[in-house]
Design a protein around this ligand. Structure first.
Ligand SMILES: Nc1nc2c(ncn2[C@@H]2O[C@H](COP(=O)(O)OP(=O)(O)OP(=O)(O)O)[C@@H](O)[C@H]2O)c(=O)[nH]1
Ligand SMILES: [Mg+2]
Length: 202
């Protein structure tokens, strides 16, 4: 990954959604001739441990370990719990780069910019979008958050933005990310979103 700055991060792509707005499985939808899943995976290819959070056997991604949901069908916050748990078991206390499958414009420099924003106290690093809102997908989460995430899930919470503790979260300004990785936060929810993605590198 570029200068290798995020080699100490575990990669996790969450791909267990229903694609209900897309109308067919968006994980395998093609952009520039390759499935969305492969674009996101390419942005994290340098991470030594790579996890694909999805139902067993649904997708094959060489070099990526399939990790089933601990709470199947319960959404991306539950998928983050599965990712943090596996990362902790395999690698101990560590950062996890957590990505949606539907963000094909993510790049290694995007993740490097988040990684550079890490501080000793922080447990989440979130990008700010153009409107200044923190983005819970395509973010870094530390395994230290696992008890908090589990407790929120046990309490009925399902929103991914409940994962980060505000006082322990670092945000990265939109303009910094836009400079190194244009349109990295573009998210494909509908076929129209896919058509509007444009061309890589622009
Ligand atoms: N592992 C796992 N991933 C999920 C789950 N629900 C959503 N995701 C993933 O979370 C990311 C963001 O979710 P959405 O954009 O809402 O995707 P989606 O749920 O497939 O799409 P909609 O049905 O249209 O909401 C995508 O990468 C999804 O695949 C789940 O229950 N388990
Ligand atoms: Mg959804």
């Amino acid at each position: 990954m570029g200068n290798g700055i995020v080699r100490d991060v575990v990669a996790a792509i969450t791909a267990g959604g229903r694609s209900s707005r897309f109308g067919s499985d968006k994980v395998l939808a093609l952009w520039e001739g390759r499935p969305l899943l492969e674009h996101v995976a390419a942005s994290l290819a340098a991470c030594p441990l790579r996890l694909l959070i999805a139902p067993p056997g649904r997708y094959e991604l060489p070099g990526w370990r399939n990790v089933p949901d601990t709470r199947p069908g319960e959404g991306p916050l539950a998928a983050l719990e599965a990712a943090l748990r596996t990362a902790q078991v395999e690698a101990g206390s560590i950062w996890v780069a957590f990505a949606g499958v539907d963000m094909p414009r993510l790049t290694p420099p995007y993740w490097e910019a988040l990684a550079q924003a890490r501080t000793p106290d922080a447990s989440a690093i979130l990008a700010l979008d153009a409107a200044g809102r923190p983005q819970p997908l395509a973010a870094l989460y530390h395994t230290a958050l696992l008890p908090h995430v589990t407790a929120r899930l046990d309490g009925g919470e399902r929103r991914l933005r409940a994962a980060a503790l505000p006082e322990l979260t670092v945000t990265v300004p939109f303009h910094i990310l836009q400079a190194v990785s244009p349109d990295a936060l573009r998210n494909v929810n509908t076929p129209a979103d896919l058509a509007a993605l444009g061309e890589a590198g622009r």
